[in-house]
Write a protein that binds this ligand. Structure first.
Ligand SMILES: C[S@@+](CC[C@H](N)C(=O)[O-])C[C@H]1O[C@@H](n2cnc3c(N)ncnc32)[C@H](O)[C@@H]1O
Length: 270
């Protein structure tokens, strides 16, 4: 009985989400939203990058909040802002964050890259004057030259790729960043007490949990259909970021609740 009730609830939630997106899409056919003179992506694309936080207002406000978080972290770390000449938004989606940063570094080259062709194509077409937009592969190498970028940031990306991909990208970022370059990654932060639990199982919905002592937690929606081969929900403890990522970069801090429940990890190439 309980199982049927849960299944019914899941079906109703899915139907509700679909109806919501369809209604928004219909409304936006008649009134195409823009912000600061640039189009806002359609509801389906907003949903692909931000799940349920899909309204135009949420898209703008949360994008702006994330941009402010990046700007403030850069401000804390880099004394001479005029030295910033190249910035990469890794996993840029449809430019939700980068669109607010163009004015912050008016003279820098801005790049956005994402593995999702559909999102990058929309962004290229609609936000082309803000940055150069690249379609990348799920795993490195990227097309950037060695030591060419001052700042790389990734908002809600390391929250969705597995540990193998995370390690490969960290090594690649290290290659393409200038010495003293800044790397800013948001993570779903894991409380240290739950990080001590160690267990591993697959639940009925096909979600794989892997808890490893004091490490990263990968929760993988194995049945989810996506362009990303191993789409997961990952959570990181501060200890993990400090010890694992800190072995390649200088660990500058783990700032909890920087973007809703996500923490910002600040790393620097030495
Ligand atoms: C939750 S969305 C966040 C998008 C964007 N950063 C934002 O805040 O609006 C995660 C993004 O990461 C991208 N992504 C996932 N794995 C990637 C990879 N290996 N390389 C580049 N982009 C990736 C997805 O396509 C998706 O656009």
């Amino acid at each position: 009985m309980k199982r049927i009730a849960v299944q019914l609830y899941v079906i109703l939630r899915r139907l509700h989400a679909k109806a919501r997106i369809s209604l928004m899409s219909l409304a936006e056919v008649f009134h195409r939203p823009t912000y600061a003179g640039h189009p806002i992506p359609p509801p389906r694309m907003r949903q692909l990058t931000t799940a349920s936080h899909v309204t135009v207002t949420q898209h703008i406000q949360e994008g702006r909040q994330a941009a402010k978080m990046i700007e403030e972290a850069v401000h804390r770390e880099i004394v001479e802002p005029e030295s910033i000449t190249a910035v990469l938004d890794f996993g840029c989606g449809c430019g939700r964050v980068l669109r607010h940063l163009r004015g912050v570094w008016p003279n820098a080259q801005l790049f956005g890259s994402d593995v999702d062709e559909q999102l990058v194509n929309w962004t290229r077409k609609n936000l082309h004057e803000l940055a150069q937009w690249h379609i990348g592969d799920y795993l490195p190498p990227s097309e950037f030259n060695p030591e060419s970028l001052d700042i790389i940031y990734a908002v809600s990306v390391f929250t969705h790729i597995d540990e193998t991909a995370q390690s490969a990208w960290l090594t690649e970022f290290h290659r393409i960043m200038k010495p003293k370059g800044l790397l800013l990654l948001t993570v779903s932060s894991l409380r240290e007490d739950t990080a001590n639990i160690s267990w591993d199982y697959e639940d009925k919905r096909g979600m794989v949990y892997q808890y490893r002592r004091n490490e990263i937690v990968n929760r993988s929606w194995v049945k989810r259909q996506t362009v990303i081969p191993h789409y997961i929900d990952a959570q990181h403890s501060e200890l993990y970021c400090k010890s694992v990522w800190g072995s390649l970069f200088e660990f500058r801090g783990f700032f909890r609740n920087s973007l809703r429940s996500q923490a910002l990890v600040v790393l620097r190439k030495e």
